[in-house]
Design a protein. Structure first.
Length: 329
């Protein structure tokens, strides 16, 4: 390892270099010796410590090996170099992360009550918090105004977190497409008609518009665990319509366009359970994580439910939700 690179790495780890010893005896230049003898009383011999380097410091041999600071017993009167093991080269600082979870369960009978949305947001929220997201207050059984107010607050928190922020918005509840728009359904909707949804529903497009306008530099994850198969009173299909790639946003659906998702499951729906399990697995980039969620849900539902994603994240490096120990240093 080159000396400048090694010194930079040691400094980054919080260490102060006080003594460097060559592996072999060094041959100095005569002109240097002459200059040094004039500046240092006693000559060059006084610049070299008589303390054996093996008493405190092990030699760093190569860049492929993690440099170690040793604490071998010192000679009498000599203090050892104290400190933890020096980690491998540090990764970039972890970006700030903000998450919001919304669960709508208690719908009117004309729409169809659900079982698991509050369970879903509980386990997904817990997983997000465990991997470093600042989890905002969960939103439960919300009206349109309550949902939009929470989404604006979430976007503001992301903006305040800086340009490298990562946002994760998870929604569990009813959702459907009507008149070419995808809607999230608040609990006060009396029937999922086009007229009612246009007045009381929350458009997917307006959620995206809020996030991208308020926090344009953040990496956004919009995860919609919706399009339930027990929605009542809907005319036409119950599934979402496809969306094109959204710059800066990965949109994840619990099922493919035009299809429905299950609310059945002990403790959560199948998508929420798979998402919570995969979020906390270390070392997976986001795309691999969502792929594994997809495979898990397909297996759980015997192929009846196939999650779908549309990726528009434009970061040079893909986010990793759960970092390994070395990635977190």
């Amino acid at each position: 390892m080159a000396i400048p690179a090694l010194l930079t790495q040691l400094k980054a780890g919080g260490y102060k270099v006080v003594h460097i010893v060559a592996k072999a005896n060094a041959t100095t230049l005569p002109e240097y010796d002459e200059l040094l003898s004039k500046e240092v009383p006693g000559g060059i011999s006084q610049t070299v410590s008589s303390r054996p380097p093996s008493s405190a410091i092990q030699t760093v041999t190569s860049a492929s090996q993690a440099p170690l600071i040793s604490t071998k017993p010192p000679q009498t009167g000599v203090s050892p170099v104290q400190g933890p093991l020096l980690s491998p080269p540090l990764t970039a600082p972890v970006e700030k992360r903000v998450a919001l979870v919304i669960g709508n369960r208690d719908y009117k009978s004309s729409v169809g009550a659900l079982v698991n949305p509050l369970n879903d947001i509980r386990i997904v929220g817990s997983a997000l918090k465990s991997v470093g997201f600042d989890l905002l207050a969960p939103i439960q059984n919300a009206t349109r105004n309550e949902m939009l107010s929470a989404i604006y607050g979430f976007a503001s928190a992301l903006k305040a977190a800086g340009p490298d922020a990562v946002g994760f918005l998870y929604y569990s509840g009813h959702g459907l497409a009507s008149a070419g728009e995808n809607y999230l359904v608040p609990i006060d909707v009396t029937e999922p008609s086009t007229q009612q949804l246009s007045i009381q529903g929350v458009k997917q497009s307006e959620v995206l518009e809020i996030l991208r306008r308020e926090a344009p530099n953040a990496a956004h994850y919009l995860v919609l665990d919706a399009c339930r198969n027990n929605l009542q009173g809907a005319r036409g299909g119950k599934g979402f319509t496809p969306v094109g790639q959204q710059s800066g946003v990965l949109v994840a659906f619990s099922t493919e366009p035009g299809k429905t998702a299950s609310d059945t499951g002990f403790g959560s729906g199948p998508y929420a359970g798979a998402l919570a399990a995969e979020l906390v697995k270390p070392g997976q980039i986001d795309l691999v994580m969502f792929h594994n969620v997809r495979v898990n849900v397909i297996a759980k539902t015997s192929g009846d439910q196939v999650p779908w994603t549309e990726d528009g994240i434009q970061r040079p490096q893909r986010p990793i939700f759960a970092r390994t120990a070395s990635e977190s240093r």
